[in-house]
Design a protein around this ligand. Structure first.
Ligand code: MF3
Ligand code: CO
Length: 290
């Protein structure tokens, strides 16, 4: 790592001097590292200009999900959701990030009931009464990425599934309470795991959240199977997703062998997910997309 004098320009490209910007921050980070904590690399710490760009992308991601919320209904195919997302994204000046990402064929992920995530929209999949449907939207706007998802209830849904969806959302609230500078990612993951399991649910272990902003997926990997005081230290300027997948039955999952994408629960019991994109601030956090 390059050593900077107090009067040199800060590495974060804020335009301020190192002494007035990240000088003190780096000293604290070095202490954490010495004490054995995992600390973020400079490239995942965003400056104000980058945060403004990510915020603009996130606003569009929210607007796209709002549009889906307005239109989604029983009898609609998941391909129609794909079209709504695709067209709304383009109308807002963005690009749907999933399309072509590692070969993903559509502009959004739609995952129903026992589908955990990465469901592929299809004209043959029709939403029906009692379904729970996760719509996971990711947007590239002006060079910045955003990512968030919601689970929608279709008509009359069983009390069991409604509870699952509610607790999955409450898990986000529990996680967010832990997002503060100089706390650890493990504190956040533990809070979610603890909350879900206390309600009788399991948490998917093999798939997690991720850093985001300048790329679709950046460090850190965001696990919910963690202990307090472990994983990466959170610092202002980090942006990541919190997106736990909460299962009614077993936590075990498998990937569709034919399409290579869709993840299902091993026992075909329902799974629910909400995804929030947050930035760590000096005081706590800022929701960038939800
Ligand atoms: N939004 C998903 C995530 O959180 C996107 C998966 S990649 C895709 O990582 F290609 F399936 F979209
Ligand atoms: Co994500």
């Amino acid at each position: 790592m390059k050593w900077l004098g107090k009067k040199q320009p800060c590495w974060c490209k804020s335009g301020k001097s190192y002494g007035a910007c990240h000088g003190n921050f780096d000293a604290i980070l070095r202490e954490y590292k010495k004490r054995g904590f995992m600390v973020p690399k400079r490239k995942i710490i965003k400056n104000q200009q980058q945060l403004a760009g990510i915020r603009e992308s996130g606003k569009r991601n929210i607007a796209i999900l709002d549009k889906v919320a307005e239109k989604i209904c029983i009898g609609m195919s998941t391909e129609e959701i794909n079209q709504i997302v695709h067209e709304t994204t383009l109308a807002l000046g963005g690009i749907p990030a999933p399309l072509g990402y590692e070969g993903f064929p559509k502009s959004v992920c739609t995952s129903i009931n026992h589908e955990v995530c990465h469901g592929i929209p299809s004209k043959d999949v029709i939403l029906k009464e009692g379904d729970i449907v996760n719509v996971d939207v990711s947007t590239l706007y002006n060079g910045y990425y955003s990512d968030s998802s919601r689970t929608f209830l279709m008509g009359e849904v069983s009390q069991e599934k409604k509870d699952l969806v509610r607790v999955a959302k409450e898990c986000i609230d529990e996680g967010l309470k832990q997002v503060k500078p100089w706390k650890c990612m493990g504190d956040m993951g533990y809070a979610i795991f603890d909350y879900a399991t206390k309600h009788g649910y399991t948490v998917v272990e093999d798939i997690g959240g991720h850093g985001i902003g300048l790329e679709f997926h950046e460090d850190p990997y965001v696990s919910y199977v963690t202990q307090p005081n472990t994983e990466m230290v959170m610092v202002p300027g980090m942006v990541f997703t919190i997106e736990p997948m909460i299962n009614m039955g077993t936590f075990e999952v498998y990937v569709d062998e034919e399409n290579g994408w869709t993840v299902y629960t091993e026992d075909h019991m329902p799974s629910a997910q909400w995804e929030v994109m947050v930035a760590v601030t000096e005081e706590g956090y800022e929701i960038m997309a939800y």
